[in-house]
Design a protein around this ligand. Sequence first.
Ligand code: AMP
Length: 138
Amino acid sequence: MASIFTRIIGGEIPCHKLFENDLVIAFLDVNPLSPGHTLVVPKQEMAELHMLSPASAAALGAALPLVAGAVMKATGAAAYNILQNNGALAHQEVMHVHFHIIPKYKDGRGLALTWKPGAIDHASAAELTTRVTHELRA
Ligand code: AMP
């Protein structure tokens, strides 16, 4: 079954469309964290970011700063977060890749983050670096 975003792309479900080209669409989130909360979505229906074709990924990369700049100018927000969830455990609800642009306002409206950094373990970091670079060469 087509994702809700594919149905929006097809015009079956309405949206407040901000941007569209052959590979990407951007529209306002229906449950915004703050005014101007926008979703930037590849037309290629894939669940997670690493599954996208290089062409879709490149088009997303080009659209994001363009749309983010327009949202910032239009809203007058003070800052913004880009959020991109992959997998239900990582809070992904719609299993079709999307980037959130979430304007942050001086009164606090926007994304609230809890960030609990640890200290790097250099031995395990070196081992992980070996494994990841091996995957990248595969
Ligand atoms: P995520 O948790 O990253 O999968 O976020 C999915 C986002 O899609 C949520 O912020 C929803 O509010 C948004 N959303 C779901 N359905 C629609 C829709 N029909 N139009 C606009 N945004 C939607």
